[in-house]
Design a protein around this ligand. Structure first.
Ligand code: 13P
Length: 260
């Protein structure tokens, strides 16, 4: 999770039955054959975590959970703790994804408690924020994202490994993406809110963009200032597409190096 390295994370959501392991195997084989300069991670459904952690290790693919419970253990049927994810081989966990904020009524306070749980267990949380279409159209995108950041980050993150992911709700799974100017505006505002909340240590924390990232748009999005990587949904399910996005990230890094 270094600022100088792009981070490409695949969020498989509730997908991957039957053919998933084959795609993952293909991805791992390609990365062993042709190692890349970006940090690559996959967040599969919990049932695949242990298997993918074993298969992905030699290829350098980090494995993440898609959610965790704030408590380390207890009578919480159906939930998974950050500690269990860690023991299964995870290095990351996504918290506060908009699908959970919306479908499970997760508030900023709950998201913050989950991020704390991740730190407690030794995982790097990927904390998601993003405005709805109505909020964007009302001109409230910056204010909403800022508020979510201030409410979802706790002091425990200071000096730790973690990442923010900006995912506009209206861009998820729709094929629509913000303009590059809009991405730049939100990522700059996010950086400001993160440093306001945690101080200078948040200057180098990666901020990922997520929402309809694909083979065609990845390179230009990843070249935007303050975009430290991508959180990829649909396009992470096919190894070929995901590899093309990884290559786009490498090209963005080379271009940034040439400029700097
Ligand atoms: P899509 O890439 O399918 O739009 O999903 C984005 C996302 O929600 C990743 O967490």
């Amino acid at each position: 999770m270094k600022q100088s390295v792009k981070m490409i994370v695949g969020n498989w959501k509730m997908n991957g039955e039957s053919t998933g392991a084959k795609e993952f195997e293909r991805l791992a084989a390609r990365l062993i054959e042709d190692p890349c300069r970006v940090d690559v991670a996959i967040c599969p459904p919990a049932t695949l975590v242990e298997r993918f952690a074993r298969m992905g290790g030699p290829a350098g693919i980090g494995i993440g959970g898609q959610d965790c419970h704030p408590e380390p253990r207890g009578a919480y049927t159906g939930s998974i703790s950050a500690e269990l994810l860690f023991e299964a081989g995870c290095a990351f966990v996504i918290v506060g994804h908009s699908e959970r904020r919306q479908l499970c009524a997760e508030t900023d306070a709950i998201v913050s408690a989950k991020a704390d749980a991740a730190i407690r267990a030794g995982l790097a949380p990927i904390i998601c924020v993003g405005e709805t279409l109505a909020e964007r159209e009302a001109g409230e995108a910056v204010a909403v994202v800022r508020q979510q950041i201030l409410g979802s980050l706790s002091d425990r993150l200071a000096g730790r490994e973690w990442a923010l992911a900006y995912e506009p709700v209206w861009a998820i799974g729709t094929g629509r993406t913000p303009t590059l100017e809009q991405v730049a505006e939100i990522h700059a505002a996010a950086r400001e809110a993160m440093t306001e909340r945690l101080g200078d240590c948040a200057r180098h924390t990666p901020i990922l963009y997520g929402g309809s990232v694909n083979v065609d748009n990845a390179r230009e999005i990843l070249a935007v200032e303050n975009v430290g990587g991508a959180l990829v949904g649909g396009a992470s399910l096919k190894a070929e597409d995901f590899i093309a996005i990884i290559h786009a990230a490498e090209l963005a890094l080379v271009a940034a190096g040439a400029q700097g």
